[in-house]
Design a binder for this molecule. Structure first.
Ligand code: ZN
Ligand code: ZN
Ligand code: ZN
Length: 167
């Protein structure tokens, strides 16, 4: 029957799967150590699928993201945002939806450089990651809609300052 066939197929490819997994582990082994603290800002590579696309902090226009395994690299932040951002900027502007990227309140760059992404640290979750400073952010400020290290309030420190200044 079909079930027996499927089982037979599974049995025949099982050793193969093991071999492939061994190869991948072998390749990722030393890489895992290399990542170390960088795993918090290492993205899944959209070319090879591995968590090996490293965000380089404070790069003055030099490749913001590069994959350590396959060498896939992006020219600038905007290119990374286009690749990793949710939806397209065009649609966000036209349809008024979620922007594909947020400004970073900590870097105050005035550039949309924060994307929600999976990192090597959180392969199943989603982290707001600043591509400019290679750091995670706590959330989106209620007031200015920038990504910020939210502490107690739902506002970034800039907006809190402004609010306190009013009273
Ligand atoms: Zn890659
Ligand atoms: Zn930042
Ligand atoms: Zn704010």
């Amino acid at each position: 029957g079909a079930e027996a066939d499927a089982w037979e197929l599974m049995e025949s490819i099982r050793p193969l799967v093991g071999q492939i997994r061994g190869l991948v582990d072998h390749r990722l082994g030393p890489l895992g150590e290399k990542l170390g603290p960088a795993s918090g800002h290492t993205l899944r590579c959209l070319s090879c699928g591995h968590f090996a696309a490293l965000v380089t902090p404070g790069n003055g226009g030099v490749r913001p993201v590069g994959c350590l395994l396959c060498g896939k690299a992006y020219g600038d932040i905007a290119e990374v945002v286009d690749a990793y951002g949710v939806g397209s900027r065009y649609e966000a502007i036209r349809e008024g939806g979620e922007p594909p990227a947020y400004e970073c309140a900590e870097c105050s760059s005035g550039q949309a450089c924060v994307v929600p992404a999976q990192t090597a640290d959180e392969p199943d979750g989603q982290v707001l990651l600043c591509l400019l400073g290679a750091h995670p952010l706590g959330g989106i400020c209620d007031s200015c809609q920038r990504a910020a290290d939210l502490d107690l309030a739902d506002m970034c420190s800039d907006c809190l300052d402004i609010r306190h200044a009013k009273f």
